[in-house]
Design a protein around this ligand. Sequence first.
Ligand SMILES: Nc1nc2c(ncn2[C@@H]2O[C@H](COP(=O)(O)OP(=O)(O)OP(=O)(O)O)[C@@H](O)[C@H]2O)c(=O)[nH]1
Ligand SMILES: C=C(OP(=O)(O)O)C(=O)O
Length: 203
Amino acid sequence: MDLVVPVKTLGRAKTRLASATGGDPVSHAALALALALDTVTAAVATPGVRRVVTITSDPAVAAEMAALGVESVPEPAEPGLNAALEHGARTLRSDRIGALQADLPALKSGELQAALEAAGRRRAFVPDRQGTGTTLLLAAPGGALDPRFGVGSAGHHRLSGAVALLGPWPSLRCDVDTEEDLRLARVLGLGARTGNALPAWTT
Ligand SMILES: Nc1nc2c(ncn2[C@@H]2O[C@H](COP(=O)(O)OP(=O)(O)OP(=O)(O)O)[C@@H](O)[C@H]2O)c(=O)[nH]1
Ligand SMILES: C=C(OP(=O)(O)O)C(=O)O
């Protein structure tokens, strides 16, 4: 399985989390980067994951990912998350491809591995903890990714024929968009970089 991980340019990312860093843009960018680095660190360590590639036009993200041994592909001219994922999938030219969101700072490799195994050869997705969004989308072997991320993406992925995977994988389902999500992810056990990037209120 090869995974594409989209990472928005840090200065524009995670706007719903801005209050967590008190409006300081430097701390905010550091937190957004830490979320992505912790997610990718867990993904790279997952048995069954052969390759991880981030899709980003942010040179700071690409440099940090390179330090982890992870390649980055620049975003295409067409804007938006799904266009970025389609571009990444095309670039990888892999037989088996998936898209993993970059805001899963509590992600445990064992849970990602279990979800990959549960998918088998099906096109499948993992909904977020609220059941409305999507944290992981897996193409069938040789099949297209056909990403439909955005508001209500779980419903869109289901309607497009992907199978919902609802296993006991809280770290895989806990994407962090808000301060409340961050608190929940902390209970699950944050990756080291996000833990270090957090403001004092969480301690
Ligand atoms: N490369 C790329 N990644 C994106 C883009 N939009 C969203 N993402 C990534 O997709 C994932 C889910 O995005 P959201 O949760 O909506 O994140 P966000 O847009 O940074 O957050 P908000 O500003 O709060 O909506 C995150 O990993 C983002 O970094 C995009 O246009 N390009
Ligand atoms: C883009 C998505 O993420 P979020 O709900 O975190 O914005 C999605 O779930 O499709």
